[in-house]
Design a protein around this ligand. Sequence first.
Ligand SMILES: C[S@@+](CC[C@H](N)C(=O)[O-])C[C@H]1O[C@@H](n2cnc3c(N)ncnc32)[C@H](O)[C@@H]1O
Length: 249
Amino acid sequence: MDGGIEAQLVEDTASGETTLPDYLVNTYRWAYLTPASLLLLDNPVVLTAILWGNLPRLVRTACEEFEPGQRVLQAACAYGNLSPELAARLGPRGKLEVIDVAPLQVAHVQRKLSDFPHARARIADATAPGGGIFDAVCCFFLLHEIPDPEKSAVVEALLAAVEPGGKVVFVDYHRARRWNPLRAPMSLVFRWLEPFAYGLVDKQIPDFASPEARSQFIWSKQTYFGGLYQKVIAVRIGDAAIVGEAAPA
Ligand SMILES: C[S@@+](CC[C@H](N)C(=O)[O-])C[C@H]1O[C@@H](n2cnc3c(N)ncnc32)[C@H](O)[C@@H]1O
């Protein structure tokens, strides 16, 4: 780790709450909280296997939702090349802010972003991301790893981080189509390794928002790979278009 990254981490750790959620410690320590996790999982061969070869396509479909020059929040670190691809997409006039609860993951993504001075990472929980208002938010494979009450808190907090016209993009697991041969094996994977993923199989992402927040967005969904993955986009409606609000006379 170079001095610059260390200084950034110390500063953010001192100013932020860094308590690790129980679900992360109890269910995902092996995947995110030890140096061996990085060696084991941040590896193209392993990531290709985990996502059945779909990582490049899912990264591409996430990144194409953002425009050069935007200020974007990435709601948690991800293995692979999402963050550098996103930083490249936003360009030097844009700004990428990556947050994560795990200091190890923040240090790791800082290294990946060292060629992008307009990108930074800091320690924060996606239920209280901080950093003010963003043009857009990217939430990539976070929801399936957190319990349903935290899913609601994260969805609500990320929706609150954009103004009218702002966009929140979720890419994650979804209920595979009945004919998809991966439906049964993935159900076993969820049972053994990813117990909170069932929330995304049983419910739609907008259902994790409160009715009030949900009504302030236009929602759309696209699925991939026989329904196993989804991209859900929420665009905040302009003030005058919010249901129930009178237009000026
Ligand atoms: C985005 S998720 C899954 C990413 C996916 N498996 C991959 O690597 O492509 C993994 C990250 O979420 C982080 N995380 C879990 N709960 C979080 C929360 N409430 N706020 C911010 N980060 C969180 C973990 O520390 C971990 O770095």
